[in-house]
Write a protein that binds this ligand. Structure first.
Ligand code: NAD
Ligand code: MG
Length: 359
């Protein structure tokens, strides 16, 4: 098992990483104050992992809420179901909520914990690669509103995160690849050595080699935690986490949400960001080719599907929230392992890239 400590301004908390951690109650119990534990999970994850998690919590009063699967359940109505269950069981301010599932469950459970009796303890047990390397780090919690994704939320940090890499064995291959997009992103924006390690070890990761997964999850959590701690207010370096996301969100929207996974769109988006960086002469053609190769090796698409109009993508990119003072604000690469934010790129340059895409 590997353990990483996340240093917040007012306290620290551990992230444990390794295979078979789910049933190790001794990793959870030091972080549970009272006797009451509520596990929140969904209909896909519960049959596979709920009993194993509960086995390590025999000394506690454990209740559970099992929600339907899917992004469509990430609503205030689901959070109300969690609050209803907490009240029905008479759970007090010393209770602990445990999120067992992907980012949807983690975001909702964290938000439920942030608000219940003005804030109760919260533990993350993420079971998707995306949740292990991305959504469980940084303290953002919340739900969707009919008018927008993640529009209602709060910052609320967990007491501990348990990343059991063995749970990834049941994850659909597409979901694993989607998580790998965010892993590759960390290498591209901040750590060329890690990117090189990923190039060498991508097939081990896709074959679910525990040692490789543990390393990739650990380094990703470290890199995201570094960025988040350095920039809590989201004024500077945190924006680098959006590499490929402005292009990616446009692809997701153009395709209709849900047809491409977020990570798939971000994979293609990162290649586009690298291609634009190469056009500007910031990175070499070789660096662009390395980016394309690693994205393909992760099982991700390298470009938006044919038939998506360049003009439409540009229009959608301009709608993305990262447009500041009417100029597209893009995260690009100055080198592999070094990202930057720029609003110096003219629309015409982006249009030229999109029209000629894929090359
Ligand atoms: P998800 O939670 O929908 O999980 C993907 C699918 O995998 C679901 O069908 C789920 O039931 C299933 N699943 C989960 N674990 C499994 C397992 N071990 N075996 C088999 N199936 C399993 O999606 P996700 O990609 O984990 O997370 C996406 C969500 O995370 C979005 O709502 C997004 O907004 C949010 N997010 C939040 C942050 C943040 O900072 N809080 C960051 C990135 C994404
Ligand atoms: Mg993302």
């Amino acid at each position: 098992m590997q353990t990483l400590s996340v240093e917040l301004p007012e306290r620290q908390y551990p992230i444990h990483i390794g295979p078979g951690l789910l049933e190790r109650g001794e990793l959870l119990t030091p972080h549970i104050a009272g006797r009451q534990v509520m596990i929140v999970t969904n209909e896909t994850v519960a049959p596979r992992y709920l009993e194993r998690l509960k086995a390590g919590l025999a000394d506690y009063t454990v209740a559970e809420v099992i929600l339907p699967d899917g992004e469509a359940t990430k609503t205030l109505a689901s959070v109300e179901r969690i609050w209803d269950a907490l009240l029905a069981h008479g759970f007090n301010r010393r209770c602990t909520l445990i999120a067992l599932g992907g980012g949807v469950i983690g975001d909702m459970t964290g938000y439920a914990a942030a608000c219940y009796q003005r804030g109760v303890a919260f533990i993350q047990v993420p079971t998707t690669l995306l949740a292990q390397v991305d959504s469980s780090v940084g303290g953002k919690t919340g739900v969707n509103h009919p008018r927008g994704k993640n529009m209602i939320g709060a910052f609320w940090q967990p007491k501990v995160v348990i990343n059991d890499t063995a749970t990834l064995a049941t994850l659909p291959a597409r979901e694993l690849s989607a998580g790998l997009a965010e892993v590759i992103k960390y290498g591209l924006i901040r750590d060329e050595a890690f990117l090189g390690w990923l190039e060498t070890n991508m097939s081990r990761l896709r074959a679910l080699d525990d040692e490789a997964l543990s390393h990739a999850v650990r380094r990703s959590c470290e890199l995201k935690a570094e960025v988040v701690v350095a920039d809590e207010t989201e004024q500077g370096v945190r924006a680098h986490l959006n590499l490929g996301h402005t292009f990616g969100h446009a692809i997701e929207a153009a395709m209709g949400y849900g047809s491409w996974l977020h990570g798939e769109a971000v994979g293609a988006g990162m290649v586009m960001a690298a291609a634009l960086s190469a056009r500007l002469g910031w990175i070499s053609e070789t660096a662009l080719q390395r980016t394309e190769r690693i994205i393909a090796a992760a099982g991700l698409p390298r470009h938006a599907p044919a038939g998506v109009e360049a003009e439409r993508l540009l229009e959608l990119m301009r709608l993305d929230k990262k447009v500041l003072d009417d100029r597209l604000r893009l995260v690009l690469l100055q080198a592999l392992g070094r990202a930057c934010v720029t609003d110096e790129v003219a629309d015409t340059q982006v249009r030229e890239l999109l029209v000629g895409w894929p090359r």
